[in-house]
Design a protein around this ligand. Structure first.
Ligand SMILES: Nc1nc2c(ncn2[C@@H]2O[C@H](COP(=O)(O)OP(=O)(O)O)[C@@H](O)[C@H]2O)c(=O)[nH]1
Ligand SMILES: [Mg+2]
Length: 490
């Protein structure tokens, strides 16, 4: 079997499947494990949402799904790892040491409430929520409890889950890691799962999110701009570059409100915008102020609900939008909130960094699992040779490996060369235009010209007789990626 140079990820999956099938028949004592590896190749990509307690994981998950499935804050269920996957109708099951059990639930005002029926949360290894949501067809999202610190109980549960002990199969293909500010524990947690076998640790399958971004500038109207600046700084921080693909600012709460805020709630804020400007500014000065202001004609429960749904930043953005005349309806408000929250940008980034490599990431998880089984039990030589061949000859993996190397250190390259190489290798998206560093509106001939220029530049870099081996390997990979993109254009 040979893996041709520009195989699509589709055929890569086929090669991995052929290998797993061979192993299943040749190593019958591990047939069950191979069956589950094969099954998983056909399933959606698994993406976990990780980060410390209260980082905003559950809220972000709801914002991504456009539905309030995950409970936020305390509550027993938030302590259990929960999988959200596609199903024809809403259903909840729990996994316990004694097997799978149905779990009862109710839906109130679009919010899912799970009832453990008196059982201890500790009895469950995970909950599975099935929902008929389009977004879940291609991706399974996994909410993790998070860790207050790396030593607490729940922390141990999350870390176990994300960094399975040796001998266990990798659980997820990719991770969205939420960090609020650069806390020592954030970085040490990231290191912890990069140190061990976790979906084969690599920055290429881990995206950072600067979460609760609206709180960055204490709710000021320019909060998201400040958050973007901070996220950009994190993205280029050498410590974080080594661990995540990039950092995107997101206000999950605002994103969640963009699907759940009612017309009535929007109308309440519209009423505030009709007040004298000085009056409304005073009411929205601080959370305390807003809650104690009895003169704006909105009762305290509604004020509390507004704050809970939007935070101070969201309230101010919507009030300013009504005041300027930009907003005239509840639908306008929800559209503005979606844009402001950064959720659309996160969606696009996920599509670029995970979506474009969905099959490669799945193939990779499967190969890591097969490799582990091969270390445990004797396999036919043919199987290990096949594994070697797939690892070595699929350029997709070379790209992932090379991107990791580049993110780990700059190999002494100038910054513009470093970024050019990363782009060509698909670090900013795997389309030919993204690889050429051009806008998606660029014409094929513009993309072709740019790719030719990049190739010629990297040929010169690679041919330099005093170039270090890692630089020659890099230039080879860059040229190969450009050739692949070139072929795709034809
Ligand atoms: N202002 C603001 N609050 C948020 C945001 N995301 C979550 N929160 C609040 O932070 C608290 C914890 O959120 P949750 O999603 O439960 O965090 P988790 O523990 O990481 O799952 C809740 O009170 C949320 O309402 C956000 O983007 N902005
Ligand atoms: Mg949570």
């Amino acid at each position: 079997m040979s893996v041709a140079s520009h195989d699509t990820a589709d055929t890569l999956i086929d090669h991995v499947r052929a290998l797993a099938e061979l192993c299943r028949s040749e190593v019958p004592e591990r047939a069950d494990e191979y069956t589950s590896i094969l099954q998983r190749l056909g399933e959606p990509l698994r993406v976990a949402i990780a980060g410390k307690v209260k980082a905003g994981k559950s809220t972000l998950l709801n914002a991504l799904l456009g539905s309030e499935l995950a409970a936020s804050d305390a509550g027993e269920c938030t302590r259990i790892v929960t999988w959200y996957q596609h199903g024809d109708e809403l259903a909840v099951t729990g996994e316990t040491s004694a097997g799978t059990v149905p779990v009862s639930f109710s839906v109130t005002d679009g919010r899912l409430d799970i009832d453990l029926g008196g059982r201890d949360w500790n009895d469950f290894t995970r909950l599975v929520v099935e929902a008929p949501l389009e977004g879940l067809r291609r991706t399974t999202l996994i909410d993790t409890p998070g860790m207050a610190s790396l030593s607490t109980d729940i922390a141990a549960k999350s870390t176990d889950f994300l960094t399975p002990a040796d001998g266990q199969n990798t659980v997820v293909d990719a991770v969205i890691y939420l960090l609020r500010h650069l806390h020592a524990t954030d970085v040490s947690f990231l290191h912890a799962f990069h140190d061990r076998e976790f979906a084969s640790p690599s920055p290429v399958n881990c995206l950072g999110v600067l979460s609760r971004a609206d709180e960055v500038a204490v709710g000021r109207l320019d909060a998201m701009t400040s958050a973007r600046r901070i996220a950009d700084r994190y993205s280029t921080d050498p410590r974080l570059r080594r661990l995540v693909q990039g950092v995107v600012p997101v206000a999950g709460l605002i994103g969640q409100a963009s699907t759940t805020l009612s017309d009535g709630a929007a109308a309440d804020i519209e009423a505030i915008s009709k007040l004298d400007h000085a009056r409304s500014q005073l009411a929205l000065l601080s959370i305390d102020r807003f809650l104690s202001d009895t003169t704006i004609g909105i009762d305290i429960e509604r004020r509390q609900a507004l704050l809970g749904q939007l935070g101070l930043f969201g309230l101010r953005v919507v009030e300013a939008g009504y005041r300027s005349g930009e907003l005239t309806s509840g639908a306008d408000v929800r559209a503005l909130l979606r844009e402001e929250s950064g959720i659309r940008h996160l969606d696009e980034t996920l599509q670029v960094v995970f979506g474009g490599r969905r099959d490669t990431l799945k193939a990779r998880s499967a190969l890591v699992a097969i490799e582990r089984l091969m270390q445990e039990v004797e396999h036919p030589r043919e199987a290990s040779a096949m594994l070697e061949r797939i690892w070595a000859s699929a350029h997709d993996f070379t790209e992932l490996r090379t991107l990791s190397v580049l993110r780990d250190g700059n190999l002494g390259l100038a910054t513009d060369q470093l970024f050019e190489a990363e782009r060509a290798l698909g670090g900013q998206g795997t389309s030919p235009a993204a690889r050429a560093g051009l806008d998606h509106a660029a014409t094929s001939s513009e993309v072709r010209d740019e790719l030719l220029q990049i190739m010629s530049k990297w040929r010169t870099i690679g041919n330099n007789p005093i170039a270090d081996r890692s630089i020659s390997a890099l230039s080879e990979a860059v040229i190969r990626s450009c050739e692949g993109a070139f072929a795709q254009l034809d």
